[in-house]
Write a protein that binds this ligand. Structure first.
Ligand code: GAR
Length: 191
């Protein structure tokens, strides 16, 4: 199963996936490419470290979506990878219909909340401010409804007395780093 990872940020989830692969825990999944829409993103530094191609793809002129010529550019680059699975690991752009149709059923997203609660930006902050005691993260298929596609799996994170936003955030990331590689391993069993 050929996997392409898209990310915009520090890449801790991409790192967790690559570490799982190194440890022989990613089943039949092969990480063939990392792409980022941010030229300075930490996720790009994982490429040389793990021996995986990692490239910036210009998303201009849009700020929050992938559309027009930039969308075509991304589609062509991912088609060239012959990707079986596209993993959005902190990719902070809305995916539009042409991209979705091209890779129908092959795109999964990690979201830092127990969907359908706290969709959209800053799922961790939303849960924290709402004062929930049970939070968590979700991996789901990407559809036109933002954060609304079929849920593949979730992990629970409890907010305990004494937690701060910082400690809660750390627990959330730790849960994500287990959940996302486990989902990829599970999906790879179909290959
Ligand atoms: C993760 O917490 C992920 O759930 C979130 O971005 C972070 C990326 O961290 N994704 C979203 O909010 C998507 N709407 P990372 O770059 O360290 O993997």
């Amino acid at each position: 199963m050929r996997v392409v990872i898209l990310g915009s940020g520090r890449g801790s989830n991409a790192e967790a996936i690559l570490l799982a692969k190194q440890a022989g825990k990613l089943g039949r999944a092969e990480i063939v490419q990392i792409f980022s829409d941010q030229p300075e993103a930490g996720i790009l530094a994982l490429g040389p470290r793990f021996g995986v191609p990692a490239d910036y793809l210009d998303p201009a002129p849009y700020k929050t979506k992938l559309d027009g010529a930039a969308e075509e550019h991304y589609i062509a680059a991912i088609l060239a990878c012959q990707a079986d699975l596209i993993v959005l690991a902190g990719f902070m752009r809305v995916i539009k219909p042409r991209f979705l149709e091209t890779f129908s059923g092959k795109i999964i997203n990690l979201h830092p909340s127990l969907l359908p609660s706290f969709a959209g930006l800053d799922g961790i902050g939303q849960a924290w401010r709402r004062g929930v005691k049970i939070a968590g993260c979700t991996v789901h298929y990407v559809t036109q409804e933002v954060d609304g596609g079929p849920i593949i799996d979730q992990a629970v994170v409890r907010i305990e007395a004494g937690d701060t936003l910082e400690s809660f955030t750390a627990k959330m990331h730790a849960a994500e780093h287990v959940l996302l590689p486990a989902v990829i391993e599970e999906l790879s069993k179909r290959f």
